[in-house]
Design a protein around this ligand. Structure first.
Ligand code: IMP
Ligand code: MG
Length: 186
């Protein structure tokens, strides 16, 4: 069991209201940009779930959602590498569809650049990225981002889909971890 998050919460970076307001703006923009197009949201599991669900409520054009599970191996739990594996694949063919990848956060960029590489070969009509958070200062591989909720500094964050050792995804805000106070389980 992990201890109470309040013991290692350094600050609330983005509160529930700010999140929901920004997601409403993104939904409005996406609805305009994709009007008349066959929009397919691809939610990246598991972190992207909360963002995807709230975003869907704000998109007022017909659209479909699919899920993709991704795992990165080879580094510590808090860093991803180029070794990205698909743990749950799309259940439909994306050929001819306007695909919008929905992700919680882009850090090094390895995860999403691998996903993009894999999806491109299926010839979607378009393939774009919508991320809630962008830690641009950490980027190692370039990822083209069409929609971004918030640019954030290089801090480890949790809540609203983002986990710390798999816990606390359900919090309604984005918090910053005080790594000096956080004691990971062995
Ligand atoms: P990337 O491949 O380095 O861009 O890593 C992206 C993935 O790392 C995200 O989908 C998250 O699952 C995870 N990640 C990166 N930064 C954080 C963070 O601050 N908190 C929680 N998860 C993170
Ligand atoms: Mg993720």
């Amino acid at each position: 069991m992990v201890e109470d998050y309040k013991n290692f919460l350094a600050e609330i970076l983005i509160d529930r209201k700010e999140l929901q307001e920004r997601i409403a703006e993104l939904g409005e923009k996406i609805s305009k940009d994709y009007k008349g197009k066959d929009l397919l949201l691809v939610c990246i599991l598991r972190g992207g779930v909360f963002f995807t669900v709230d975003l869907m409520k704000r998109i007022d054009i017909p659209h479909v959602v699919e899920f993709m599970g991704i795992s990165s191996y080879g580094a510590g739990a808090r860093e991803s590498t180029g070794d990205v594996r698909i743990t749950y694949d799309l259940q439909i063919n994306i050929r001819g569809k306007h695909v919008l990848l929905v992700e919680d956060i882009i850090d090094s960029g390895h995860t999403l650049s691998k996903v993009i590489e894999k999806l491109k070969v299926q010839n979607p009509a378009s393939l774009e990225v919508c991320t809630l958070l962008d830690k641009a200062s950490r980027r190692e591989v370039d990822v083209p981002i069409k929609y971004c909720g918030f640019d954030i500094e290089d801090k480890f964050v949790f809540g609203y889909g983002l986990d710390i050792d798999e816990y606390f995804r359900g919090l309604p805000f984005i918090g910053v971890v005080d790594l000096d106070k956080y004691q990971p389980e062995d």
